[in-house]
Design a protein around this ligand. Structure first.
Ligand SMILES: Nc1ncnc2c1ncn2[C@@H]1O[C@H](COP(=O)(O)OP(=O)(O)OP(=O)(O)O)[C@@H](O)[C@H]1O
Ligand code: SF4
Ligand SMILES: [Mg+2]
Length: 338
Protein backbone atom coordinates (compact mmCIF):
# COMPACT_ATOMS: atom_id res chain seq x y z
CA UNK A 1 0.00 0.00 0.00
CA UNK A 2 1.28 3.48 -0.82
CA UNK A 3 2.26 5.72 2.02
CA UNK A 4 2.03 9.50 1.87
CA UNK A 5 5.30 11.28 2.59
CA UNK A 6 4.35 14.87 1.85
CA UNK A 7 0.95 16.52 1.91
CA UNK A 8 0.51 20.15 0.91
CA UNK A 9 -2.95 21.57 1.56
CA UNK A 10 -4.30 24.97 0.56
CA UNK A 11 -0.86 26.55 0.35
CA UNK A 12 -0.88 30.31 -0.21
CA UNK A 13 2.40 32.18 -0.53
CA UNK A 14 2.22 35.89 -1.20
CA UNK A 15 4.82 38.57 -1.85
CA UNK A 16 4.26 41.93 -0.26
CA UNK A 17 5.91 44.50 -2.51
CA UNK A 18 5.69 48.28 -2.83
CA UNK A 19 3.41 47.85 -5.83
CA UNK A 20 1.00 45.44 -4.13
CA UNK A 21 0.49 41.85 -3.05
CA UNK A 22 1.49 39.22 -5.62
CA UNK A 23 -0.38 35.96 -5.03
CA UNK A 24 2.44 33.76 -6.30
CA UNK A 25 0.88 30.56 -4.92
CA UNK A 26 -2.79 30.83 -4.21
CA UNK A 27 -4.29 27.68 -2.72
CA UNK A 28 -2.24 24.77 -4.05
CA UNK A 29 -2.77 21.22 -2.74
CA UNK A 30 -1.03 17.97 -3.62
CA UNK A 31 0.47 14.91 -2.05
CA UNK A 32 3.48 12.75 -2.72
CA UNK A 33 3.81 9.10 -1.78
CA UNK A 34 7.02 7.42 -0.71
CA UNK A 35 9.07 6.56 -3.79
CA UNK A 36 6.86 8.63 -6.08
CA UNK A 37 7.99 11.28 -8.59
CA UNK A 38 5.73 14.30 -9.06
CA UNK A 39 6.39 16.73 -11.89
CA UNK A 40 5.29 20.36 -11.71
CA UNK A 41 5.00 22.12 -15.04
CA UNK A 42 3.79 25.51 -16.18
CA UNK A 43 5.01 28.66 -17.84
CA UNK A 44 7.56 30.94 -16.30
CA UNK A 45 6.10 32.79 -13.31
CA UNK A 46 3.35 30.24 -12.64
CA UNK A 47 4.55 29.63 -9.07
CA UNK A 48 6.50 26.37 -9.40
CA UNK A 49 9.63 27.52 -7.55
CA UNK A 50 7.68 29.45 -4.95
CA UNK A 51 5.70 26.26 -4.24
CA UNK A 52 8.88 24.21 -3.78
CA UNK A 53 10.67 26.94 -1.83
CA UNK A 54 7.66 27.17 0.48
CA UNK A 55 8.11 23.47 1.32
CA UNK A 56 11.58 24.18 2.66
CA UNK A 57 10.56 27.65 3.86
CA UNK A 58 13.16 29.34 1.74
CA UNK A 59 11.50 32.67 1.00
CA UNK A 60 12.82 36.23 1.08
CA UNK A 61 12.09 37.20 4.71
CA UNK A 62 11.20 40.82 3.95
CA UNK A 63 8.59 40.16 1.28
CA UNK A 64 7.62 36.50 1.03
CA UNK A 65 5.07 35.04 3.42
CA UNK A 66 3.14 31.80 3.64
CA UNK A 67 -0.28 33.15 4.55
CA UNK A 68 -2.30 29.92 4.59
CA UNK A 69 -2.05 26.19 4.29
CA UNK A 70 -0.47 23.17 5.83
CA UNK A 71 2.62 21.24 4.75
CA UNK A 72 2.83 17.86 6.41
CA UNK A 73 5.97 15.78 6.02
CA UNK A 74 5.17 12.39 7.50
CA UNK A 75 3.29 13.59 10.59
CA UNK A 76 5.19 16.87 11.11
CA UNK A 77 3.89 20.27 10.04
CA UNK A 78 6.82 22.03 8.37
CA UNK A 79 5.16 25.40 8.86
CA UNK A 80 5.18 24.91 12.62
CA UNK A 81 8.82 23.81 12.94
CA UNK A 82 11.22 25.98 14.94
CA UNK A 83 14.26 27.35 13.14
CA UNK A 84 16.44 24.60 14.67
CA UNK A 85 14.01 21.85 13.71
CA UNK A 86 13.80 23.28 10.22
CA UNK A 87 17.58 23.28 9.72
CA UNK A 88 17.81 19.70 10.90
CA UNK A 89 14.92 18.67 8.71
CA UNK A 90 16.43 20.36 5.63
CA UNK A 91 19.80 18.76 6.23
CA UNK A 92 18.69 15.24 7.09
CA UNK A 93 15.55 14.48 5.19
CA UNK A 94 15.50 16.70 2.14
CA UNK A 95 18.06 17.17 -0.61
CA UNK A 96 17.66 20.13 -2.93
CA UNK A 97 18.97 20.33 -6.45
CA UNK A 98 18.65 23.71 -8.12
CA UNK A 99 19.18 24.81 -11.70
CA UNK A 100 22.57 26.29 -10.90
CA UNK A 101 24.70 23.88 -8.83
CA UNK A 102 26.87 26.83 -7.79
CA UNK A 103 24.04 28.06 -5.56
CA UNK A 104 24.55 24.91 -3.45
CA UNK A 105 28.36 24.66 -3.57
CA UNK A 106 30.68 27.07 -1.82
CA UNK A 107 33.21 28.34 -4.39
CA UNK A 108 36.01 28.84 -1.84
CA UNK A 109 36.15 25.29 -0.45
CA UNK A 110 37.27 22.07 -2.09
CA UNK A 111 34.60 19.55 -3.05
CA UNK A 112 35.91 16.97 -0.56
CA UNK A 113 35.89 19.37 2.38
CA UNK A 114 32.31 20.42 1.61
CA UNK A 115 31.13 16.84 1.30
CA UNK A 116 32.88 15.64 4.46
CA UNK A 117 31.51 18.54 6.51
CA UNK A 118 28.02 17.97 5.21
CA UNK A 119 28.17 14.24 6.03
CA UNK A 120 29.63 14.82 9.51
CA UNK A 121 26.95 17.44 10.25
CA UNK A 122 24.18 14.95 9.71
CA UNK A 123 25.58 11.54 10.51
CA UNK A 124 27.51 10.12 13.43
CA UNK A 125 30.65 9.13 11.54
CA UNK A 126 34.34 9.99 11.81
CA UNK A 127 36.01 12.29 9.28
CA UNK A 128 37.83 9.33 7.74
CA UNK A 129 34.55 7.43 7.33
CA UNK A 130 32.86 10.52 5.90
CA UNK A 131 35.71 10.91 3.43
CA UNK A 132 35.33 7.33 2.28
CA UNK A 133 31.56 7.81 1.96
CA UNK A 134 32.16 10.92 -0.17
CA UNK A 135 34.61 9.11 -2.46
CA UNK A 136 32.20 6.18 -2.86
CA UNK A 137 29.34 8.56 -3.67
CA UNK A 138 31.38 10.48 -6.27
CA UNK A 139 32.27 7.14 -7.80
CA UNK A 140 28.62 6.11 -7.71
CA UNK A 141 27.52 9.19 -9.69
CA UNK A 142 30.12 8.58 -12.37
CA UNK A 143 32.78 11.12 -11.48
CA UNK A 144 36.13 9.86 -12.78
CA UNK A 145 39.07 9.78 -10.36
CA UNK A 146 36.95 10.67 -7.33
CA UNK A 147 39.93 10.85 -4.95
CA UNK A 148 41.45 13.53 -7.15
CA UNK A 149 38.14 15.39 -7.54
CA UNK A 150 37.86 15.65 -3.78
CA UNK A 151 40.77 18.10 -4.02
CA UNK A 152 39.13 20.24 -6.72
CA UNK A 153 37.35 23.53 -6.22
CA UNK A 154 33.85 23.79 -7.75
CA UNK A 155 35.06 26.23 -10.45
CA UNK A 156 37.44 23.55 -11.70
CA UNK A 157 34.52 21.28 -12.62
CA UNK A 158 31.98 21.62 -15.44
CA UNK A 159 28.32 22.40 -14.67
CA UNK A 160 27.37 18.77 -15.26
CA UNK A 161 30.11 17.55 -12.90
CA UNK A 162 29.02 20.02 -10.21
CA UNK A 163 25.43 18.79 -10.54
CA UNK A 164 26.74 15.24 -10.08
CA UNK A 165 28.54 16.36 -6.93
CA UNK A 166 25.23 17.74 -5.60
CA UNK A 167 23.58 14.41 -6.38
CA UNK A 168 26.49 12.58 -4.70
CA UNK A 169 25.85 14.65 -1.58
CA UNK A 170 22.21 13.56 -1.74
CA UNK A 171 23.36 9.95 -2.04
CA UNK A 172 25.43 10.29 1.15
CA UNK A 173 22.48 11.61 3.15
CA UNK A 174 19.97 9.13 1.72
CA UNK A 175 17.18 11.69 1.90
CA UNK A 176 13.55 10.64 1.93
CA UNK A 177 12.74 13.49 -0.42
CA UNK A 178 14.56 15.25 -3.25
CA UNK A 179 13.40 18.64 -4.39
CA UNK A 180 14.75 19.25 -7.89
CA UNK A 181 13.97 22.65 -9.41
CA UNK A 182 14.98 22.52 -13.08
CA UNK A 183 18.04 20.41 -12.22
CA UNK A 184 19.21 20.05 -15.80
CA UNK A 185 18.14 23.28 -17.49
CA UNK A 186 21.64 24.76 -17.36
CA UNK A 187 23.34 21.63 -18.75
CA UNK A 188 24.14 20.40 -22.26
CA UNK A 189 21.50 18.11 -23.72
CA UNK A 190 23.64 14.95 -23.49
CA UNK A 191 24.63 15.72 -19.91
CA UNK A 192 20.98 16.44 -19.08
CA UNK A 193 20.03 12.90 -20.04
CA UNK A 194 22.87 11.41 -17.96
CA UNK A 195 21.96 13.45 -14.87
CA UNK A 196 18.28 12.52 -15.18
CA UNK A 197 19.11 8.83 -15.61
CA UNK A 198 21.26 9.04 -12.52
CA UNK A 199 18.49 10.69 -10.51
CA UNK A 200 16.02 8.06 -11.64
CA UNK A 201 18.37 5.20 -10.73
CA UNK A 202 19.02 6.62 -7.29
CA UNK A 203 15.35 7.29 -6.74
CA UNK A 204 14.57 3.64 -7.43
CA UNK A 205 17.46 2.37 -5.36
CA UNK A 206 16.70 4.50 -2.30
CA UNK A 207 12.91 4.65 -2.78
CA UNK A 208 13.20 8.43 -2.53
CA UNK A 209 10.31 10.71 -3.42
CA UNK A 210 11.09 13.47 -5.90
CA UNK A 211 9.38 16.74 -6.66
CA UNK A 212 10.67 17.64 -10.11
CA UNK A 213 10.11 21.09 -11.56
CA UNK A 214 10.77 21.35 -15.25
CA UNK A 215 9.75 23.12 -18.43
CA UNK A 216 10.44 19.98 -20.38
CA UNK A 217 7.33 17.84 -20.87
CA UNK A 218 9.48 15.08 -22.39
CA UNK A 219 11.37 14.83 -19.10
CA UNK A 220 8.08 14.61 -17.23
CA UNK A 221 6.98 11.74 -19.43
CA UNK A 222 10.25 9.89 -18.78
CA UNK A 223 10.58 10.58 -15.08
CA UNK A 224 7.29 11.32 -13.37
CA UNK A 225 4.52 9.14 -11.98
CA UNK A 226 2.16 12.08 -11.83
CA UNK A 227 2.01 15.68 -12.98
CA UNK A 228 0.61 18.93 -11.68
CA UNK A 229 0.06 21.76 -14.15
CA UNK A 230 0.28 25.22 -12.60
CA UNK A 231 -0.97 28.48 -14.00
CA UNK A 232 -0.83 31.88 -12.27
CA UNK A 233 -0.31 30.41 -8.82
CA UNK A 234 -2.93 27.67 -9.02
CA UNK A 235 -3.22 24.05 -10.01
CA UNK A 236 -5.28 23.88 -13.19
CA UNK A 237 -4.93 20.14 -13.78
CA UNK A 238 -3.28 17.15 -12.14
CA UNK A 239 -3.30 13.44 -12.84
CA UNK A 240 -1.01 10.48 -13.24
CA UNK A 241 1.32 11.09 -16.17
CA UNK A 242 -0.33 8.65 -18.59
CA UNK A 243 -3.78 10.08 -17.98
CA UNK A 244 -2.64 13.66 -18.30
CA UNK A 245 -0.92 13.02 -21.61
CA UNK A 246 -3.64 10.82 -23.06
CA UNK A 247 -6.67 12.71 -21.78
CA UNK A 248 -5.72 16.30 -20.96
CA UNK A 249 -8.84 18.30 -20.12
CA UNK A 250 -7.74 21.83 -19.37
CA UNK A 251 -7.27 24.21 -22.33
CA UNK A 252 -4.01 25.42 -20.78
CA UNK A 253 -2.67 21.85 -20.62
CA UNK A 254 -3.58 21.45 -24.28
CA UNK A 255 -1.59 24.55 -25.04
CA UNK A 256 1.44 23.24 -23.15
CA UNK A 257 1.26 19.85 -24.85
CA UNK A 258 0.81 21.49 -28.23
CA UNK A 259 3.93 23.52 -27.68
CA UNK A 260 6.14 20.40 -27.56
CA UNK A 261 8.20 20.36 -30.76
CA UNK A 262 7.44 17.33 -32.95
CA UNK A 263 9.51 15.55 -35.51
CA UNK A 264 6.95 16.61 -38.12
CA UNK A 265 7.58 20.28 -37.34
CA UNK A 266 9.63 21.26 -40.35
CA UNK A 267 10.34 24.87 -39.71
CA UNK A 268 10.86 27.13 -36.76
CA UNK A 269 7.46 28.69 -37.45
CA UNK A 270 5.84 25.34 -36.59
CA UNK A 271 6.79 25.81 -32.95
CA UNK A 272 3.63 26.88 -31.19
CA UNK A 273 3.34 29.14 -28.21
CA UNK A 274 0.18 29.80 -26.22
CA UNK A 275 -1.03 33.21 -27.38
CA UNK A 276 -1.26 35.99 -24.80
CA UNK A 277 0.42 36.45 -21.44
CA UNK A 278 -0.32 35.30 -17.87
CA UNK A 279 -2.29 37.70 -15.66
CA UNK A 280 -0.91 40.16 -13.15
CA UNK A 281 -0.61 38.13 -9.93
CA UNK A 282 -1.88 41.10 -7.91
CA UNK A 283 -5.22 40.83 -9.67
CA UNK A 284 -5.89 37.10 -9.75
CA UNK A 285 -8.51 35.15 -7.83
CA UNK A 286 -11.72 36.75 -9.16
CA UNK A 287 -12.30 34.59 -12.22
CA UNK A 288 -10.62 31.86 -14.25
CA UNK A 289 -7.04 33.12 -14.43
CA UNK A 290 -6.73 31.74 -17.97
CA UNK A 291 -9.84 33.44 -19.35
CA UNK A 292 -8.05 36.12 -21.40
CA UNK A 293 -6.15 33.45 -23.35
CA UNK A 294 -8.80 30.77 -23.59
CA UNK A 295 -10.82 30.30 -26.79
CA UNK A 296 -13.60 28.60 -24.81
CA UNK A 297 -14.16 31.44 -22.40
CA UNK A 298 -17.78 32.19 -21.44
CA UNK A 299 -19.37 34.72 -19.10
CA UNK A 300 -19.20 32.14 -16.30
CA UNK A 301 -15.41 31.97 -16.69
CA UNK A 302 -15.20 35.71 -16.20
CA UNK A 303 -17.61 35.70 -13.27
CA UNK A 304 -16.21 32.99 -10.99
CA UNK A 305 -13.14 30.92 -10.18
CA UNK A 306 -13.50 27.35 -11.46
CA UNK A 307 -13.01 24.90 -8.58
CA UNK A 308 -10.55 22.02 -8.89
CA UNK A 309 -12.82 19.03 -9.44
CA UNK A 310 -12.00 15.31 -9.56
CA UNK A 311 -13.39 14.35 -12.97
CA UNK A 312 -12.19 10.75 -12.81
CA UNK A 313 -10.27 8.94 -10.06
CA UNK A 314 -7.08 10.90 -9.39
CA UNK A 315 -7.65 13.33 -12.28
CA UNK A 316 -8.38 16.91 -11.17
CA UNK A 317 -9.30 19.82 -13.43
CA UNK A 318 -10.16 23.45 -12.73
CA UNK A 319 -12.30 24.50 -15.68
CA UNK A 320 -15.97 25.44 -15.81
CA UNK A 321 -16.47 23.38 -18.93
CA UNK A 322 -15.96 19.92 -17.53
CA UNK A 323 -19.62 19.17 -16.97
CA UNK A 324 -19.93 16.89 -19.96
CA UNK A 325 -22.40 19.13 -21.83
CA UNK A 326 -19.86 20.21 -24.39
CA UNK A 327 -16.95 17.90 -24.77
CA UNK A 328 -14.21 20.07 -26.17
CA UNK A 329 -12.00 18.87 -28.94
CA UNK A 330 -8.36 19.20 -28.00
CA UNK A 331 -6.64 21.90 -29.97
CA UNK A 332 -9.87 23.30 -31.41
CA UNK A 333 -9.45 27.04 -31.67
CA UNK A 334 -6.24 26.96 -29.62
CA UNK A 335 -4.00 25.86 -32.40
CA UNK A 336 -4.80 25.08 -35.95
CA UNK A 337 -1.91 23.07 -37.16
CA UNK A 338 -3.00 19.52 -37.86
N1 LIG B 1 11.19 37.59 -4.42
C1 LIG B 1 10.04 37.88 -5.02
N2 LIG B 1 9.44 39.08 -4.85
C2 LIG B 1 8.27 39.38 -5.45
N3 LIG B 1 7.58 38.52 -6.22
C3 LIG B 1 8.13 37.32 -6.43
C4 LIG B 1 9.38 36.93 -5.85
N4 LIG B 1 9.66 35.66 -6.23
C5 LIG B 1 8.64 35.28 -7.02
N5 LIG B 1 7.72 36.27 -7.13
C6 LIG B 1 6.46 36.22 -7.87
O1 LIG B 1 6.03 34.89 -7.90
C7 LIG B 1 5.77 34.49 -9.24
C8 LIG B 1 6.09 33.03 -9.37
O2 LIG B 1 7.50 32.88 -9.30
P1 LIG B 1 8.20 31.45 -9.45
O3 LIG B 1 9.64 31.72 -9.24
O4 LIG B 1 7.55 30.46 -8.57
O5 LIG B 1 7.90 31.09 -10.95
P2 LIG B 1 8.28 29.75 -11.72
O6 LIG B 1 7.01 29.07 -12.09
O7 LIG B 1 9.25 28.98 -10.93
O8 LIG B 1 8.93 30.34 -13.05
P3 LIG B 1 10.25 29.89 -13.83
O9 LIG B 1 9.79 28.79 -14.73
O10 LIG B 1 10.64 31.11 -14.61
O11 LIG B 1 11.29 29.46 -12.85
C9 LIG B 1 6.62 35.42 -10.09
O12 LIG B 1 6.01 35.66 -11.32
C10 LIG B 1 6.63 36.69 -9.29
O13 LIG B 1 5.51 37.47 -9.62
S1 SF4 C 1 -12.85 28.03 -17.01
FE1 SF4 C 1 -13.40 28.93 -18.98
S2 SF4 C 1 -11.71 30.34 -19.46
FE2 SF4 C 1 -11.02 28.96 -17.87
S3 SF4 C 1 -9.99 27.33 -18.94
FE3 SF4 C 1 -12.09 26.66 -18.62
S4 SF4 C 1 -13.19 27.29 -20.48
FE4 SF4 C 1 -11.25 28.40 -20.44
MG1 LIG D 1 11.29 28.56 -11.13
Amino acid sequence: MSETLLRVSGLKTYFYTASGVAKAVDGVSFSLDRGEVLGIVGESGSGKSVTSNSIIRLLPPQTGRIVAGEILFEDRDILKMSHKELLEFRGKEIATIFQDPMTSLDPVFKIGKQMVEMICAHQKVSKAEARQMAVDALNRVGIPEPEKRMESYPYELSGGMCQRVIIAMAVCCKPKFILADEPTTALDVTVQAQVLDLLKDLQKEMNTSILLITHNLGVVWEMCDKVMVMYAGNTVESADTKTLYSNPLHPYTWGLLDSIPRLSDKAKEDLRAIPGTPPDLRLTGQCCNFYNRCPYMTEECRASVPPLVEVEPGHFVACHRQNGEKKLVRGEGVTNHE
